[in-house]
Design a protein around this ligand. Structure first.
Ligand code: URA
Length: 193
């Protein structure tokens, strides 16, 4: 996909969103209430990539609006970002039933939506929230804790590896890693200004 001018990004994302809304490529369309495409600023300097919608996201149609999303928002605000500044997307756009992990074939069938979102926005940095984002974008299937200290790029865009916010709900002591990664993002964005 050629570079997309900043004024054309919103329209292109809306067209992709309409395609996702009627997508029937995998079985997840049978159980979803709606596809949860992505939300935020089409010219965002950073795109956060989660795993897939949960029950609340499936109901509302927006990524990260459930419990882990509320925590994620607080962490974002604490380092000076709000949802309007950034863009949030998931690896799969439809809710895996019972909050199970997305299956490899579901990820494979859905990943072009994420790739097109990232190619449209071409953010300065991609911030991976958890193992499925790392797997889908980088083919990395090691531990997230190990990935945090590594350097990655996706099509020349620097990638920061971080835990999924749901992990901090289960293991609050690990929240400090999340703050560290967000501070790393802040620093990196400053150097890329
Ligand atoms: N977890 C995710 O990975 N994405 C969401 O949108 C919500 C919860």
């Amino acid at each position: 996909m050629p570079l997309v001018a900043s004024e054309d990004r919103l329209k292109l994302l809306q067209e992709l969103q309409a395609k996702a809304a009627s997508c029937q490529r995998c079985e997840l369309h049978l159980t979803r209430k709606q596809a949860v495409f992505g939300v935020g600023n089409p010219n965002a300097p950073v795109v956060f990539v989660g795993e897939g919608p949960g029950a609340e996201e499936d109901r509302i149609g927006e990524p990260f609006v459930g419990d882990s999303g509320k925590l994620f928002d607080k962490m974002l605000y604490s380092v000076g970002y709000s949802r309007e500044d950034i863009y949030i997307a998931n690896v799969v756009k439809c809710r895996p039933p019972g909050n199970r992990n997305p299956l490899p074939e579901e990820i494979a069938l859905c990943q072009n939506f994420l790739i097109d979102q990232l190619q449209t926005i071409r953010p300065k940095v991609i911030f991976c929230l958890g193992k499925f984002a790392l797997l889908c974008l980088l083919g990395y299937d090691g531990a997230v804790g190990k990935a945090r200290s590594k350097s990655f790029t996706w099509r020349t865009i620097p990638v920061i590896a971080s835990f999924h916010p749901a992990y901090y709900l289960r293991t609050p002591i690990k929240k400090s890693s999340g703050w560290q990664d967000l501070l790393k993002l802040q620093k990196l964005l400053k150097t890329l200004e």
